[in-house]
Write a protein that binds this ligand. Structure first.
Ligand SMILES: [Cu+2]
Length: 396
């Protein structure tokens, strides 16, 4: 009898230890901030608890059902497929509709202040739908890499993430060609990285359907060729070395030349969306400057946006700011709205606008309609802190 009781007690002990030892976090969603705008549309990502729902929901985040304990990928797995998008990751069912030039605010469920290190963001073109892509064939190019924000105060990128409502911003470069992309977002925690094998990589992936007027297709690298467990930046004595000397690991030349650092700020979620199935790049029309017609409003996509409260939607003629833009033209043309100016001004919260996003994938044209309505949306989970940090780190 004693033996029988000892087994469950022992299991409980192991589980408790595991939760104490691995109380870090997961990237559980993201919001898209249109270029020049202030409010973001939030898309739910994956959480390992979803595997117990029947059926599991379709989300824009890659599935990581083996990550039930919020753990990490160890340097011993740097050449394993697990380093690509976390343990046993499989592609997301849905994609986030994004226009090149938008900012993405990636949200974590939690993150400890002690887990300092670099945050690295990269994209890989699926060259077709991402739902059935072979992740080991994906070639990622970096669009953001940050580590030490302020050496004197030992302020690292993940500390800024925590202070900004557990959100990290990345800019989707204007120059990339349209397509379905995997966004790989990774924090490398260095609190135990004084010796080989102690670093902790936390990569998470999302699928983006990117409309763009750009044509760049950076070559990129497979993540399994990316890190060396003994390289400086993976091995780093966080407590014995000066933050000013830190070097971000991975090939420095894998940063896309058109990458622009996003300004880190407090998130402002004004709407939620569910994602689209995929972007049919082959069906996109040729670029014609005279294109003015809108396609028929035929709904053939899962994309929809909802506000959190009933809203009063004015007719199009009453909404002077309403716009409809085809992929033939950039959604915003004001260069003054690009980057710093718009982004360094923290948006007031709660916002008093909501955004409805619609798409018509089947017709080959993607149309985003923005309708501004006067409703108040209360944001709590994603809008909890007051620090605004601007990251303008020079690229190596
Ligand atoms: Cu941890």
């Amino acid at each position: 009898m004693v033996l029988i009781r000892a087994v469950p007690v022992g299991l409980v002990g192991v589980l408790l230890f595991a939760f104490r030892a691995h109380a870090h976090g997961i990237a559980d969603g993201l919001a898209v901030y249109p270029k020049g705008g202030s409010g973001g549309t939030y898309y739910k990502g994956y959480n390992p608890s979803m595997q117990f729902q029947s059926p599991p929901p379709d989300v824009v985040g890659w599935s990581t059902p083996d990550d039930l304990q919020n753990t990490f990928v160890a340097p011993s797995a740097f050449s394993s497929p697990d380093i690509i998008c976390h343990l046993g990751a499989t592609p997301a069912a849905l994609a986030v509709p994004v226009t090149a030039g938008d900012d993405i605010g990636i949200h974590w469920d939690t993150w400890p202040d002690s887990h300092k290190g670099p945050i690295i963001d990269s994209l890989a073109n699926c060259h077709g739908p991402c739902q059935d892509v072979d992740k080991t064939k994906l070639k990622f190019f970096e669009i953001g890499r940050e580590a030490v924000i302020n050496a004197a105060s030992d302020l690292w990128a993940p500390n800024v993430l925590i202070q900004n409502g557990l959100t990290w911003f990345v800019h989707i470069p204007e120059g990339i060609e349209p397509g379905n992309y995997v966004l790989r977002h990774e924090i490398i925690a260095l609190h135990a990285a004084g010796g080989v094998g102690g670093a902790q990589n936390y990569p998470f992936c999302f699928t983006l359907a990117v409309t763009s007027a750009g044509s760049d297709s950076p070559e990129g690298l497979g993540v399994q060729e990316y890190y060396d467990e003994a390289e400086v930046g993976i091995v780093w004595d966080l407590f014995g070395k000066s933050p000013a000397d830190y070097v971000i690991p991975g090939p420095a030349n894998n940063l896309y030349s058109g990458a622009v650092a996003a300004s880190q700020r407090k998130p402002s979620i004004t709407a939620t969306g569910t994602g689209i199935v995929t972007l049919d790049v082959a069906a996109l029309p040729e670029k014609t400057p005279t294109e003015t017609e809108e396609p028929a409003a035929e709904e053939t996509t899962a994309e929809e946006a909802t506000t959190e409260e009933p809203v009063e939607v004015p007719s199009p003629t009453e909404a002077p700011e309403a716009e409809a833009t085809t992929v033939d033209e950039p959604r915003e043309t004001s260069s003054a709205a690009e980057g710093k100016e718009a982004m360094e001004t923290p948006p007031a919260a709660p916002e008093e606008t909501s955004k409805a996003v619609g798409g018509d994938i089947g017709a080959g044209l993607v149309v985003y309609s923005t309708i501004y309505v006067t409703t108040r949306v209360t944001v709590t989970e994603h809008n909890t802190t007051t620090l605004y940090a601007t990251v303008t780190t020079a690229r190596p």
